[in-house]
Design a protein around this ligand. Structure first.
Ligand code: SF4
Length: 246
């Protein structure tokens, strides 16, 4: 599959899905909600978030697939904004996969240190680029199995690459997604990223999965925030179908 090199994505309309959601129940979710009812409610949430955040995309800046891998590793316990400040400096010194693979780990660490966990991030990034160079001909692989073999790449990162680079169905369970999925009653008291991912696969239309997760980040930043004790439910587009498990 062809790599996409632009992180900005446009949203294609999906009337079929919208029509499916017309019959979505407006009742509040309960912990005994049936899978069928939860699917309908999830479908309605997908449509409302799509209307609210039509032009969603990954907030990490990158113009090549391997740079997304670098950014997502740096983003662990760091803000995307900080990562987007640091990566141009890194690429100014080491502009290619080969350059990072050959760079002294200390030099990489000195640059990425402001993102936190500098030593381990530098080690993973260098090792990851070395493996891309030596085993994949400097091409980012397009399967979950191969991506998970890359140093520092977990399911969240792999799903982000599969969805944003290769246009595959993908559910990225970052902290926003996990927090909102619980508050919205799409999962029940579940914090484990892989378990949340599996639960969301059961109820989110696959073709909506990747952009849905980006929109969960958008909504988590704009309305259903983690910082305030109380999210802004009065301004929320799904308030009437959300159990508000805050
Ligand atoms: S802001 Fe309130 S109503 Fe909206 S998703 Fe968060 S908890 Fe639910």
């Amino acid at each position: 599959m062809t790599e996409k090199t632009d992180s900005k994505k446009t949203v294609s309309g999906n009337n079929t899905n919208a029509e499916k959601c017309k019959s979505a129940g407006r009742g509040k979710a309960t912990r005994t909600e049936s899978l069928r009812a939860r699917r309908k409610r999830a479908c309605e949430i997908v449509e409302r978030l799509k209307a609210e955040y039509p032009d969603t995309h990954c907030t990490l800046a990158y113009d090549e697939a391997w740079k997304l891998l670098v950014s997502v590793r740096l983003a662990a316990q760091c803000t995307d904004a900080r990562v987007d400040q640091i990566t141009p400096v890194l690429y100014e010194h080491f502009p290619t996969i080969e350059a990072i693979a050959e760079a002294p780990e200390d030099d990489i660490e000195a640059i990425v240190r402001p993102c936190g966990l500098g030593r381990s991030k530098a080690r993973d990034i260098k090792a990851c680029m070395t493996m891309l160079r030596d085993e994949y001909g400097c091409r980012v692989p397009d399967t979950m199995e191969a991506l998970l073999k890359l140093p520092g790449v977990g399911r969240k990162s792999a799903n982000l690459v599969l969805g944003d680079i290769y246009g595959k169905h993908a559910i990225v369970t970052d902290t926003h997604c996990i927090r909102l999925a619980n508050r919205m009653g799409l999962v029940d008291d579940e914090r484990d990223p892989h378990k949340v991912e599996k639960k969301l696969w059961e109820i989110i239309p696959p073709e909506e999965s990747n952009d849905f997760c980006h929109r969960m980040v958008d909504h988590g930043r704009a309305v259903c925030t983690a910082r305030t004790a109380k999210p802004n439910c009065d301004a929320c587009c799904i308030a009437d179908i959300c159990p508000k498990r805050v």
